[in-house]
Design a protein around this ligand. Sequence first.
Ligand code: FES
Length: 106
Amino acid sequence: MVNFTVEDQEGNRQDCEAPDDMGFNLMEILKAYEYPILATCGGMALCGTCHIEILEGKDELGEATDPELDQLENLPEYFPTSRLACQIRIGDVLDGSVIKLRGEDQ
Ligand code: FES
């Protein structure tokens, strides 16, 4: 299991955990926790609704991929710490990180 913290649009934090051996991505886990993420593209890095910011742990998670960056640049605002949750595979590197939801509150 991987443990990390999620901060919602109101600034409330919750500790979350996810299995690291089932191939889930972070968007799927956030939806499982019933965070309001539309994920209209189904995790193809095309809709941008799973926009998050990595508040802690960015170095471990590495840089965004090119398709991910293309989509982030189309958003009304994005940050150097921005990522698309659907492009982050659940794994050890996520352990201990803090994630802030940035997608529009649907
Ligand atoms: S779910 Fe559409 S970009 Fe991540």
